[in-house]
Design a protein around this ligand. Sequence first.
Ligand SMILES: [Ca+2]
Ligand SMILES: [Ca+2]
Ligand SMILES: [Ca+2]
Length: 294
Amino acid sequence: MRPLPRHTLMFTLLLTLGCDGGSTKETVDPNADADTDGLIDTFEASIGTNPEEADSDGDGCGDTLEVLSYFNPIDATDRPYQGVYPRGPRPSDDAFAEMAAAYGAGFEVGQQNTNWTLLDQFGEAVELYDLFGQTVLVVVGREWCGPCQEDAVALEPFYQANKDSGFVILNLILEGIEDDSPPQTDRWAEGLGLSYPILSDHSPGDYTKTEAALHYIDTPGLSYDTPNHTLLDRELRTVELYTVGAVDTAAVQAVIDKPAPEVDVLMPENADALREELGLDPASWVVSPELCEG
Ligand SMILES: [Ca+2]
Ligand SMILES: [Ca+2]
Ligand SMILES: [Ca+2]
């Protein structure tokens, strides 16, 4: 064996002398997991969860489940719920900002859509940016509008056939069964047998001032026909804006068939083992809310 160079030897000797004063040394276990939830303390520190609390935000869903299924473990309003829709890894805010800078931020064709949030038929918030990685069809309708009902019903089997491939329909409802009345999204979903997100986007007296629907028309500020459709690709860029009438499902299918973009997210090294323990299907983004308490 080759002898160590002298200066290294000296250094080692000094280091040993310096550290060993005869007292008991504290050993730090790199795999320590104080709350025994499967996420080691150092990983929890890196994602901001409490290493001594298995459910950091107290929303009934363990940190491990939330991390593995792309929910926010330090936000109690964000968790798997009754009407949960598949969710994939979400880019960081910085990554979204970079995409917006590269493609332009807005709603015109080719642009990176700006984020928005609306409540669904279960009263849960659906945020556009949580759907990154999926092909999104925004469908705008009104409860009193017959063609809107027919369109929504016609889209259900297409949604069922493609939702596991990363496709989601966001059905924005502007008005209820009477002109300018608030929509009842649960009534719309149940009455028509729809399983995709139905979002209330009501703006009393002026539907050109809605939260999201007003972005998906070609001439902002003007009235819009329903049903209308806007197609977003898996990076949430507008592919086709405001088409009125029946959906061209072949065009939608072509976008669905494109692969999902890669996203850098922090995952624990033992993610596969933890998924198996929790009964999560690694090939699917769907997570059962029954895995949470309450
Ligand atoms: Ca832990
Ligand atoms: Ca939680
Ligand atoms: Ca949470």
